[in-house]
Design a protein around this ligand. Structure first.
Ligand code: PMP
Length: 386
């Protein structure tokens, strides 16, 4: 079949292979990014859907505005500030998950060959979205707080990217968080070079330790913010959003019209009911407590069973722990061995657009119990011995 040439850049569907292996009931998977299933507020959501049917009837099943359900946009607007000022609903478009936000941004901003700056490493789904529009990704050197502003500035003197893509809170995959001074410094550089910053923040609310920091969009100009209810509510709802100035939102809506006309009307209304009820804050507290416990279980198991064989970054929020296996060179090849031991991770190479060889891995702790985490890490240690 004559597929588009860029399909070749997607590789051999390694993620599909991992997901298939995860179906095996005796497999312990640290590979996905799945929130804890047992905490999904299914009963409450069921009532919210029910209420939408009872009170709004058939209109919830009709075509609706591309930018999203007005009341939901209004609620989202109230949660944010843009450069210290209140946000209006005209500055919001509701998307089918923030993954669609990434894709719409790519489609709206990128011509083939355009440059996008990303963190080192960065989110696999963003790499896929940008690759889909033939972007050339340049990785900006990072330290324990993420992007190093001086390095960014050095590169900006040579290259003009369309935008910088960044996940400042509990980054996927590294779990790092960017401090306040670093945020300010980054924005100072961005402003000096008229650089558009795309801030992706699915994990910010999942803080279980340490301080929270203001969003980049609140601190400066020229920031586009991606939000989602996937990690604080449920990913199957597919409700995310973009906050940006109205001109950008209008352009994203034009693109979205050609993609899906609008996101699911019924679901947007049910999510709004959930938010209106004020159910989210208590739910987030539960998530924080559970993820803290599971993060703790994973760190302890790694210390106990892998010890000096591993370097890790201990996260203070989010879903992921980033580790480096010192005894192997290539965590990609090593997956076959761990599959034999019935344990899975995502090899670090997938988070580098240059596909480099690395011994790093991303381990997810949110969807396994402490017992499963301990057993899974023991299996990893066994695989290491094999
Ligand atoms: N951005 C990042 C950094 C993510 O980790 C994810 C989900 N893994 C997404 C965006 C997409 O999330 P969703 O489409 O479910 O909102």
């Amino acid at each position: 079949m004559q597929y588009a040439s860029w399909m070749e850049t997607l590789g051999e569907g390694f993620i599909g292979e991992i997901l298939k292996a995860a179906q095996n009931p005796s497999m312990i998977s640290f590979a996905g990014g799945l929130p804890a299933l047992e905490l999904f507020p299914d009963q409450e959501l069921q009532r919210c859907f029910q209420r939408v049917f009872e009170e709004q009837g058939k209109s919830a099943l009709q075509y609706a505005q591309t930018a999203g359900h007005p009341q939901l946009r209004e609620w989202i607007a109230q949660q944010h500030k843009r450069n210290g000022k209140p946000v209006s609903m005209e500055e919001i478009v509701v998307t089918t998950g923030s993954q669609q936000g990434l894709s719409l941004l790519a489609q709206t901003f990128l011509d083939p060959g355009d440059v996008v700056f990303v963190e080192t490493p960065t989110y696999l789904g963003a790499i896929q979205a940008f690759q889909g529009f033939r972007a050339q990704m340049i990785m900006i050197p990072c330290d324990e707080q993420g992007i190093i502003p001086e390095e960014l500035e050095t590169l900006l003197k040579e290259v003009t990217p369309k935008f910088l893509y960044i996940i400042p809170n509990y980054q996927n995959p590294s779990g790092k968080v960017m401090g306040l001074e670093r945020r300010r410094e980054l924005l100072r550089v961005a402003q000096a070079y008229d650089l558009l910053v795309v801030e992706d923040n699915p994990y910010g609310e999942l803080r279980f330790e340490g301080e929270g920091y203001p969003d980049l969009i609140d601190l400066g100009e020229n920031v586009i913010y991606l939000g989602t209810f996937s990690k604080v509510l449920a990913p199957g709802l597919r409700v995310g959003y973009v906050v940006a100035d109205t001109d950008i939102i209008d352009h994203l809506c034009l693109t979205k019209e050609g993609v899906d006309l609008h996101s699911n009307n019924l679901t947007q209304r049910a999510v709004f009911e959930f938010l209106k009820e004020g159910l989210l804050p208590a739910h987030i507290q539960k998530l924080r407590a559970l993820y803290k416990e599971r993060r703790g279980a994973m760190v302890e198991a790694i210390e106990n069973y892998l010890g000096d064989d591993v370097d890790m970054i201990v996260p203070s929020g989010g879903l992921f722990l980033w580790a480096r296996f010192k005894k192997i060179n290539n965590s990609f090849d090593y997956v076959q061995e761990t599959i034999r031991q019935n344990v899975l991770y995502v090899p670090g190479a997938l988070f580098y657009p240059d596909g480099r060889v690395t011994s790093e891995v991303r381990l997810n702790y949110s969807c396994s119990t402490p017992e499963m985490i301990e057993e899974g890490v023991q299996r990893l240690a066994r695989a290491m011995q094999a």
